[in-house]
Design a protein. Structure first.
Length: 150
């Protein structure tokens, strides 16, 4: 099964699966939970983290969050600061799917190397929320693999 982006650590293995949704309609936490549940139900290995990202909102689950019944996201966070930091609007309200995938990929590349270079990669509030649950520390040094199998 292919995923939009996979974070993999050479020692720790599968760190995160990131699914990107750039449709016109925002996703609710319930819709995101159902989607995650259906996607992960058949996987033999569960990632430490699962993220579903839209231009408006991000949702994060951890490895021990239930699949059935679908657990609500452990964390819900704003993506607007990230989009603003990486997207040249050029008169448009939202990025296309390829543009959103590209900016998420660049943001994740910054996150996995942040401790090494000490740089912030976008929305401070969003990154503070992700750091508080351990996500940013856990993914340090991971490979960011687009359209990869888990």
């Amino acid at each position: 099964m292919q995923f939009d982006i996979v974070l993999r650590d050479e020692v720790k293995g599968l760190m995160a699966i990131i699914e990107i949704k750039a449709s016109r309609d925002p996703w609710s936490a319930e819709e995101a939970a159902e989607y995650r549940s259906s996607l992960l139900a058949s996987l033999p290995v569960r990632p430490r983290y699962f993220l579903l990202l839209t231009p408006e909102q991000g949702y994060l689950w951890m490895q021990d969050d239930a699949i059935a019944p679908p657990a609500p996201p452990r964390l819900s966070f704003p993506m607007a600061p990230i989009v603003t930091g990486y997207f040249d609007r050029s008169g448009r309200e939202r990025p296309s799917r390829p543009e959103f995938e590209s900016l998420v990929f660049r943001w994740l590349l910054g996150l996995v190397s942040r401790v090494a270079d000490g740089q912030e990669t976008g929305g401070r509030e969003t990154e503070d929320l992700l750091a508080a649950c351990g996500f940013i520390d856990d993914i340090q040094g991971s490979l960011v693999l687009p359209e990869a199998a888990a």
